[in-house]
Design a protein around this ligand. Structure first.
Ligand code: FE
Length: 151
């Protein structure tokens, strides 16, 4: 599996945190069809179908559209919902929010504004927050296993 699935995407960066302003038409050219539909049209993937809903490996999750650092595995929890679920983001500005109802906020990437998923208030205590994120929008990089160091 390639680490950076969109090598032609000039906006992709894992270090640049400056906000992007890119027209939808341009994203349509740069992103795969599936990624474009979820990221820019807000289509939700089917539960239990994404590649990360049951991933328990230690590592970091990045935005698949722009490379923004979003979540850590320590904040991921097992959810019966069938979508990758997290307690909190890596930084407070990793994401932005758009209120949809009293119980539900849309979660957008803080850098590129892509639709990531939703934030609900029925998560585990004490915070009660549950980020429910589409696998399609996530890129997972596993932590390096120190036992593999042979220096
Ligand atoms: Fe992004």
């Amino acid at each position: 599996m390639p680490k950076q699935p969109q090598p032609l995407n000039p906006y992709y960066s894992r270090t640049d945190t400056a906000k992007l302003s890119v027209a939808d038409a341009e994203w349509k050219v740069l992103l795969s069809r599936t990624l474009y539909k979820v990221a820019r049209k807000g289509v939700t993937e089917q539960p239990f179908t994404g590649k990360y809903w049951d991933n328990e490996s230690p590592g970091t999750y990045f935005c698949a559209v722009c490379g923004n650092r979003l979540f850590r595995s320590e904040e991921k929890f097992t959810s019966s919902s069938g979508w990758p679920s997290f307690l909190k983001t890596v930084r407070s500005n990793s994401v932005r929010y758009r209120k949809e109802s009293a119980m539900e906020m849309e979660v957008l990437c803080g850098r590129c504004g892509s639709h990531l998923g939703h934030l609900y208030t029925d998560g585990p205590p004490p915070m009660g927050r549950r980020f429910s994120i589409n696998s399609a929008l996530l890129e997972f990089e596993a932590d390096r296993d120190p036992s593999e160091d042979r220096s």
